[in-house]
Design a protein around this ligand. Structure first.
Ligand code: SIN
Length: 326
């Protein structure tokens, strides 16, 4: 079993499990891809399926296919990455087809379908198509893409978030979570959490990239990516303290029925452990997966289990949310 490893500690044998659950679906592992990485095509999604990842989330699907922003639109930097992909995707029908097939091939497994509209009408049209399909997994509504020129990040407009969730939940009662941008002010955590607590959300996924950073190459005196004059979402190591803060802040403020998926700055097993310690029930990997490839899942899972073994933890429940303060 990939999710269970037998560790020997002080001559005792005990089984370590990284099993978790989101919205009632059980997952053999707590580590998966972040939307945007290894999830654009069926080929990439197959690779995640065949790995030790818990499951997959698709690239955020729009109503129609999109080419996204002009290239170069992704660049690795010393402590992470900058991207301005602009939501390139094959359109909702493509990802619904893929997930339907996966549901038939692997009955009992649950998958995440990411969707994103450019206004509330489009969000509702996407939801209606999901409802009309045989999709039986968890919908992730992306309210946080920073990379579509002229379109602000919805998650920073609290009234819009409330309006969208009112309309969505009037229509859709199956498990649905949202992907949020990072927040940086405790008052903003209070305000957005008060709104989210009004809805039957399955989970909050924190965080998307830090929007509209700028990376510069001193040698060429130029920006690193083409769209938006070089501005783009920042991921990787830069993101971890902000991601942990958002996971923790929401864990402390949201009603217990709303779970947390932690995303941001996961490079090693300790990063996964820290996300769970702050309150995450699932941890997503973006930049590291992009850089290292699919083998990252097995490495991160092994490193997490080694940390759990050293601390005598057998399940995630032994430490989830139990961050100590001084
Ligand atoms: C993109 O496609 O620009 C990235 C997706 C996102 O940040 O939501």
């Amino acid at each position: 079993m990939l999710d269970c490893a037998i560790f020997h500690l002080h001559q005792e044998r005990f089984v370590i499990s990284t099993q978790t659950q989101i919205a009632g679906s059980v997952f053999a592992n707590c580590i998966m891809n972040a939307s945007g990485v290894y999830c654009h095509s069926a080929h990439e999604l197959d690779a995640v399926q065949q790995s030790t990842a818990a499951t997959f989330v698709t690239k955020s699907a729009t109503l129609a296919p999109r080419a996204g922003n002009p290239e170069p639109r992704y660049c690795t930097v010393p402590f992470g990455s900058i991207n301005s992909m602009g939501l390139p995707n094959h359109g909702l029908a493509y990802y619904l087809d893929y997930v339907s097939q996966a549901q038939r091939d692997f009955p009992g497994k649950s998958y995440f379908l990411s969707i994103t509209g450019f206004n509330v009408e489009e969000d509702l049209a996407l939801i209606r198509q999901v409802q009309a399909s045989d999709f039986a997994g968890i919908v992730e509504l992306n309210l946080s893409c920073p990379n579509v020129p002229g379109k602000p990040q919805t998650g920073y407009d609290f009234e819009a978030v409330a309006r969208i969730l009112e309309a969505v939940f009037a229509l859709y009662q199956a498990p649905l979570g949202i992907k949020l941008p990072p927040y940086f002010d405790l008052i903003h955590f209070d305000e957005i959490a008060a709104i989210l607590n009004r809805f039957p959300l399955a989970y909050v996924n924190s965080v998307n990239s830090i929007g509209n950073g700028l990376c510069v190459d001193a040698a060429s005196e130029a920006v690193l990516i083409k769209p938006k004059g070089g501005f783009g979402g920042i991921g990787g190591v830069y993101l971890k303290p902000t991601a942990l803060a958002n996971v923790r802040a929401f864990y402390e403020r949201l009603k217990p029925e709303i779970q947390i998926i932690g995303t941001g700055g996961v490079v090693n097993g300790s990063d996964v452990f820290e996300h769970i310690l702050c309150g995450a029930s699932m941890v997503q990997v973006g930049t590291t997966l992009q850089e290292e490839g699919i083998g990252a899942f097995a490495r991160l899972t092994r490193e997490l289990k080694e940390i759990m073994a050293a601390k005598g933890y057998q399940t995630l429940d032994d430490f989830r949310g139990r961050l100590k303060t001084l």
